[in-house]
Structure formats: C-alpha cells, structure tokens
Ligand binder design. Structure first.
Ligand code: FPP
Length: 245
C-alpha cells in the first residue's frame, strides 16, 4: 500500500471577521505606562490588522472601537480615545482610499463631535466605490440600541403604510440594522482573555464562531490573525444542522 501523506487543505479565509479589541489598558499597566499609551498602540494594531486582512483576502473586517457604555469612562480617557479616532481618520482616509478599502462607521453619531462626523462623512464618501476590504468601525455603538433603532424604523415604515406586518422576517429586519446588507461575521474574536460579547453585534453574531484570545489588543499582529483563522478552520460549522449523514 502506498504511504500517501494526507493532503494539506488550504485554510478557508472567513469572509467577515469581527473583533472586540480589548486589553489596551492592561497592556499599558503591565509596562507602567498611562492607559493612553495602550490605546495608541491599539491604533497601530488597527492599522496592522487592516493591512493583514487585505493581504489574506478577508472581505469584511469590523472593529469595536468605542461602545455606548464607554462614554461612562473618565472624561480625559474619552477625550484621548476621540483624539485617537480623529487622528486615525485624518491620517488614514487617503491610505484606505488608495488601498481599495471601503470605510464604514456604525453607531450613534449624535454623540460625536461635528468635526469627527465630518471626517466620517469624508472617509465614507471617498471610499464608497472601493471593493477590496470593507472596514467597519463601531463607534458609540451598542447592539441592543441598534436592534431597538431597527424596530423603530420598521414600526415607522408600517405606520406610513410602506410595510405590511407579514413582510417582516429575519432577512428584512437585518436590513434595518446599521450593518444593512453586510454579511454576518463568520468569526468573532475578543482579545485579552475576557469571554463576553459586551453588547457587540448581538443579532449579527447568531452563528459566528467565537474566539477568545489570550493576547492584549496592542500585541495583536498578523501571526495572531493567522492563528485565529487556523482555529476557525478547525471548527465544525453546522448552522443548526447535523455534521454528516
Ligand atoms: C479596550 O481596551 C479598548 C477600547 C475601549 C478602545 C479601542 C480603541 C483603540 C484600539 C484605539 C483607537 C481605535 C481606532 C479605530 C483608531 P480597555 O481600555 O478596555 O483595556 P482594559 O480592559 O485592559 O482596561
């Protein structure tokens, strides 16, 4: 009998990866640095992740940058985080536009400053025809509020007579979420070892593979992403069905 080595199948690249970027503060504390230093390195990890996702052929990357609950942090930290977002948008929009990345921001914009809203508008419109990677950044985002907002929009459409009650199903409901027609995440990663969803993409993650990684977000790099993709490939996704005959 021939001793044939099993063929190594290439990894399936998840279409949509969503990440709860956690551990910036602990990364800084472990080095005796202020929390802002962790957030700064976190912003570098964002740049690296966008680059790695482009290289690996990921189509959608969604990052949780600031939750609706993060407004409760001390004002100085909120200012620091908003400053970093402003800086990221100012510096990166041209790069994203050049690199075929489409930028989308989801969340409650009513609490953001006018200049950040203007930068978001600029970034989204300058990149709207790009099709390589869709980078979605969740800012002032909470999944429960997103679902309530969708319910309100649907109720209003029904009240106007634009929508019958029996037209409402899961597919149409999801088109009223901030993520609209985006495919649901296949893989949802949370860094830093915490094992919670913290109000992130609760509807969209119904069938996502969840992966909790023991790495602080500022240290997340291409190796970490490839490790996550390896783990994803070792999972048996059944979407509620059975795995075989
Ligand atoms: C969680 O770490 C991280 C955040 C609340 C902010 C994420 C922000 C960035 C990565 C930087 C800016 C983002 C972009 C898109 C440029 P934590 O502060 O909760 O860490 P801890 O749990 O260790 O204290």
């Amino acid at each position: 009998m021939l001793d044939v080595l099993p063929q190594q199948l290439p990894n399936v690249i998840p279409t949509h990866i969503a990440i709860i970027m956690d551990g910036n503060g602990r990364w800084a504390k472990a080095r005796g640095l202020p929390r802002i230093a962790g957030h700064r390195q976190g912003a570098e990890a964002v740049r690296r992740s966008v680059e790695s996702c482009r290289e690996l052929g990921v189509s959608y990357l969604t990052l949780f940058a600031f939750s609706s609950e993060n407004w409760k942090r001390p004002a100085s930290e909120v200012d620091d985080l908003m400053g970093l977002l402003r800086l990221y948008l100012r510096r990166e929009i041209a790069e994203l536009a050049k690199n075929d990345v489409r930028l989308k921001i989801i969340g409650d914009r009513s609490k953001l400053s006018d200049d950040i809203c203007a930068l978001i508008q600029e970034g989204e419109s300058r990149t709207k025809l790009n099709a390589g990677l869709t980078l979605t950044i969740a800012i002032s985002y909470g999944a429960q509020a997103e679902i309530v907002n969708a319910a309100r929009l649907i109720a209003a459409a029904h009240k106007r007579g634009d929508l019958d009650l029996d037209e409402i199903d899961e597919g149409m409901f999801s088109r009223f979420l901030y993520t609209e027609s985006m495919p649901d995440p296949d893989l949802l990663i949370r860094t830093s070892g915490e094992q919670r969803l913290s109000n992130f993409m609760l509807w969209q993650s119904a069938y996502a593979e969840l992966l909790f990684m023991d790495v602080y977000w500022p240290d997340f790099d291409k190796q970490s992403l490839m490790k996550a993709i390896d783990t994803f490939n070792a999972r048996d996704r059944r979407f509620g069905a059975t795995s075989g005959p």
